[in-house]
Design a protein around this ligand. Structure first.
Ligand code: SF4
Ligand code: SF4
Length: 224
């Protein structure tokens, strides 16, 4: 009975999580489309300015001066617009030679540290819904904040819980020539300096756009 309840709870949590993931994917797709439109508007604006200059209606020096002034003002008010999203594109991957590695022999030493490395998912992996990504840092694969391991690893056996659906980065990965992992691959000597320096507890910070309340209609920014 208790087992059934736990299983139902897990299903509910998992379906809720999927909804949140899909919601985020939708939101980021919409924002990307908006960015594309802004780029298009920007091109037209530059074209109009170009024509005005050529027709002698605007003076390039005055225009540049104005642009610099306004840009500086926007920066000072921290009102610059950007969208911090990472999506992996696998170009030229097929050309890379795969070097097989004797993982089972190395596991007592490396403890599958490769599953602590950070990478962004590609569109296909996100859409599959099988791989979790950091909701606060789209679309990097999700890690357990304290252990730094990928959330799909079995903490005890260090096996991959989504082996058949694992990202192509994982499928093609070989640590044989990865100097972040091994100081000396043949002697199985880990690169502790790099690993200690770069693999640490992850804390997500809000570093995005400025926050506005209804005063923003009048252009007032709330103090953070
Ligand atoms: S790929 Fe390398 S780091 Fe990863 S488990 Fe195998 S031996 Fe360890
Ligand atoms: S998806 Fe699997 S193989 Fe890839 S990092 Fe996570 S646990 Fe490791």
């Amino acid at each position: 009975m208790l087992e059934n309840e736990v299983s139902n709870m897990e299903n509910l949590t998992s379906s809720f999580e999927q909804q949140v993931e899909q919601g985020n994917l939708f939101l980021h797709t919409s924002l990307s489309q908006q960015s594309a439109r802004i780029n298009e508007i920007e091109s037209f604006l530059y074209a109009v300015i170009d024509i005005l200059i050529k027709k002698g209606v605007a003076v390039p020096e005055l225009l540049s001066e104005s642009v610099l002034k306004i840009r500086q003002e926007i920066r000072e008010k921290e009102e610059e617009n950007f969208l911090d999203i990472s999506l992996r594109a696998d170009f030229g991957e097929e050309d890379r030679e795969f070097v097989p590695v004797n993982c089972s022999e190395r596991l007592p030493i490396c403890k599958a540290v490769c599953c602590k490395l950070d990478f962004a998912l590609n569109a296909e992996e996100i859409e599959s819904g099988k791989i979790k990504w950091e909701l606060g840092r789209p679309y990097f694969i999700r890690h357990e904040p304290k252990s730094c391991y990928c959330c799909h690893i079995n903490q005890e056996s260090k096996a991959c819980n989504v082996y058949d659906h694992r990202p192509s980065v994982c499928k093609k990965y070989s640590c044989a020539n990865d100097h972040r992992i091994w100081k000396d691959f043949d002697k199985m000597e880990l690169n502790d300096e790099w690993l200690n320096e770069n693999i640490k507890e992850r804390k997500i910070k809000f570093t995005g756009a400025a926050i506005f309340n209804y005063h923003s209609v009048a252009g007032d920014k709330i103090d953070k």
